[in-house]
Design a protein around this ligand. Structure first.
Ligand code: 2DT
Ligand code: MG
Length: 212
């Protein structure tokens, strides 16, 4: 299967605590892969541009309050509303570099005390990432980086619980990357792992679905 049209794109997800460097690394990774000729797009969840995304954004900035399970399902629905576009892009050969995904969905809600398997259930059937790049940083160290933005969840105690839950969610698609390294060192590691992953997908690795 070597025809160009049949090469599917990869689903590459960046996860990690707030201030771990995800958003900057995500954009840097996408632009450096693009400049090397790869077809890539940088995405992020929550996607705050949709109607559901606006409700999520109001919740995160504490303008709106919501029941814990309601907001959990809204975050999940915000991924489901993007599912067909995600799959179409990958099928057309574009790789997606995504800032947060279902792991954030489960880790943040379970950190509030919701049951882990209840949290995982609405994610079942979404495309599974081919690679999860976990930017590993001690919660204390992330907090020292300063400038939590003041949104809900951006507190050290809560981030400690989230870190534990991320650990419970890691599977064979995960690569743990030391996020305390320099921006350029982290970038170099992410790029190498991503190129390997994209070439596996181009060579015919099949898309799978949550939870593997
Ligand atoms: P950003 O700071 O990256 O915009 O994230 N979150 C995120 C959840 O609770 N559930 C989810 O499904 C997702 C994707 C993590 C905003 C906050 O939203 C949390 C931080
Ligand atoms: Mg944030």
């Amino acid at each position: 299967n070597v025809s160009c049209d049949s090469k599917r794109g990869a689903l590459i997800v960046l996860e990690g605590l707030d201030r771990s460097g995800k958003s900057s690394q995500c954009l840097k990774l996408a632009s450096s892969l693009a400049s090397q000729g790869f077809s890539v797009e940088a995405w992020r969840f929550p996607d705050r541009t949709t109607a559901m995304g606006k409700m999520i954004s109001a919740y995160l900035s504490s303008k709106e309050d919501m029941d814990d399970r309601t907001i959990h399902l809204l975050f999940s629905a915000n991924r489901w509303e993007k599912r067909s576009l995600m799959e179409a892009k990958m099928k057309a050969g574009t790789s997606l570099i995504v800032d947060r995904y279902s792991y954030s969905g489960v880790a943040f809600s379970a950190a509030k005390g919701l049951d882990l398997s209840w949290c995982k259930a609405p994610e079942v059937g979404l495309p599974a990432p081919d690679l999860v790049l976990y930017l590993d940083i001690a919660p204390e160290k992330a907090a020292e980086r300063g400038g939590y933005g003041g949104e809900r969840y951006e507190q050290l105690d809560f981030q400690r619980k989230v870190a534990e839950l991320y650990t419970a969610l890691s599977d064979s698609a995960w690569q743990i990357v030391d996020a305390s390294l320099s921006i350029d060192s982290v970038h170099k590691i992410l790029k190498e792992l991503s190129i390997q992953c994209i070439s596996d997908c181009h060579r015919g690795k099949e898309l799978s679905f949550l939870w593997p």
